[in-house]
Design a protein around this ligand. Structure first.
Ligand code: 5CA
Length: 161
């Protein structure tokens, strides 16, 4: 770990400061690419990990961000009902082009373009969450209220029951 953040992590640190939020991006030596790896590297529960999953709306081809607890699987049919169109798969190039970040580092806010966002209501059950900060080694700690403020997402039931 070094004191200087990598450029993509620095972008998120800067975006946090621009939004007036006093949160600190940290870069870890261990991978935080997946929820399980992030929880292991941080030493928190997998449920506290904020997964930022990008989907592609099939007709409009716009990105849809679903922010889910690390322990939940997203029910795509629920998202389709919320957006009123079918969901397609987002490949790595689409994710990178539309958010500005690579898979495993996609943050819950601060994307290359505005992205319609839904937030797993289960995330509100935790007092402390951890989210990706631009790279598969960068994370920041935040509260559910801060997540709602930063992502401007709609809270919804999104998980597979
Ligand atoms: N850094 C952690 C959170 S701290 C993180 O980003 N986790 S994640 O779950 O939001 O990101 C990994 C997700 O990327 C996987 O759950 C999976 O849905 C998606 N993903 C992985 N590989 C691919 C791929 N080849 N194409 C599209 N999506 C992928």
């Amino acid at each position: 770990m070094s004191d200087k953040l990598s450029p993509s992590a620095q972008k998120i640190q800067q975006a946090l400061e621009t939004r007036g939020v006093k949160l600190q991006v940290i870069e870890l030596a261990d991978s935080t690419r997946t929820s399980a790896e992030a929880a292991q590297a941080i030493g928190c529960g997998v449920g506290q990990i904020v997964k930022s999953l990008v989907f592609k709306a099939k007709r409009s081809e716009r990105p849809i961000l679903v922010i889910a607890s690390g322990v939940n699987r997203v029910d795509e049919r629920r998202i389709e009902k919320l957006i009123g169109e079918p969901l397609g798969k987002a490949d790595a190039d689409f994710v990178r082009a539309r958010t500005g970040f690579v898979i495993g580092g996609v943050p819950p806010f601060g994307h290359a373009e505005p992205v319609e966002t839904f937030i797993d209501q289960d995330l509100l059950n935790y007092s402390e969450l951890w989210a990706a900060a631009g790279t598969p080694h960068a994370v920041f700690r935040l509260t559910p209220d801060e997540l709602l403020f930063l992502s401007d997402g709609k809270v919804a039931p999104v998980k597979q029951e």
